[in-house]
Design a protein around this ligand. Structure first.
Ligand code: DC
Length: 230
């Protein structure tokens, strides 16, 4: 069967990566979490003193260092991708709240987006890829054969992230997470470069009341439809 590109975009913490990962595993495609790449650049900035005392990014310095930032993915024993930053595994570190609260301004920088979009397009050259993010269907792969735009209410998304962190043994504050979710929505939707928006030809999925199994079944159905006429 001809391989296609599947773009899954939407708001933060709405379960995009879970559904993208599951689908990729089921159909034997590569899964790429593009948000992990923006998070890895943010971690690099934190580790290289690229935030000033007011938490502003030192843009010029980051621009100079962009070509020293190498991001890749290595599959673990379950076949799941683990993010590597300059050859070092950073998968867990890029998920902490510290990175979450600093990543949106980094992802709003035009030169950061240019570099990462180029890398993402390179990764999708052979097709057979499921990529999730904010601008995959609009900017990275406007030609993708299947585009999904996922949404859910901010409270539900914050609750899911709260449960996820609690399950990992952390002790998060729900209010802080909700604030972080709303703040990221605001920045992601209002930035000048590639703001978060639904591509005209994307299918809308509001998963506020869907179980993971229901959402998985819906997505697989869309994949079957897309490949039946690809
Ligand atoms: O999906 P996530 O929460 O891991 O994404 C982290 C941040 O990166 C979020 O603020 C949005 C941004 N992002 C983006 O601007 N474009 C993408 N393709 C993916 C993520």
């Amino acid at each position: 069967m001809k391989k296609i590109i599947i773009a899954i975009d939407g708001f933060s913490s709405c379960g995009k990566s879970t559904m993208a990962k599951d689908l990729a595993r089921e159909i034997g495609y590569i899964y790429i979490d593009s948000g992990a790449m923006y998070r890895a650049v943010t971690l690099y900035c934190m580790e290289h003193d690229l935030f000033d005392a007011d938490n502003q990014i030192k843009e010029e310095e980051l621009k100079q260092q962009m070509n020293q930032i190498k991001i890749s993915f290595k599959l673990d024993e379950k076949g799941l991708p683990r993010t590597q930053l300059n050859g070092v595994e950073v998968e867990d570190r890029i998920r902490c709240l510290d990175v979450s609260s600093r990543v949106s301004p980094v992802a709003a920088l035009g030169f950061v987006r240019e570099a990462l979009v180029r890398l993402q397009q390179e990764m999708g050259k052979e097709k057979g890829i499921v990529m999730d993010g904010r601008d995959i269907g609009t900017a990275v792969f406007p030609q993708a054969e299947l585009k999904i735009f996922v949404t859910a209410s901010a409270e539900i998304r914050a609750r899911r992230r709260f449960d996820e962190l609690t399950a990992k043994g952390q002790n998060p504050s729900f209010e802080e997470i909700l604030h972080n979710v709303e703040e990221r929505d605001r920045i992601d939707q209002n930035r000048s470069v590639s703001p978060l928006r639904q591509a005209e030809d994307a299918l809308l999925l509001d998963n506020s009341t869907l179980t993971i199994a229901e959402q998985k079944a819906w997505l697989f159905e869309q994949f079957k439809k897309a490949t039946s006429h690809a």
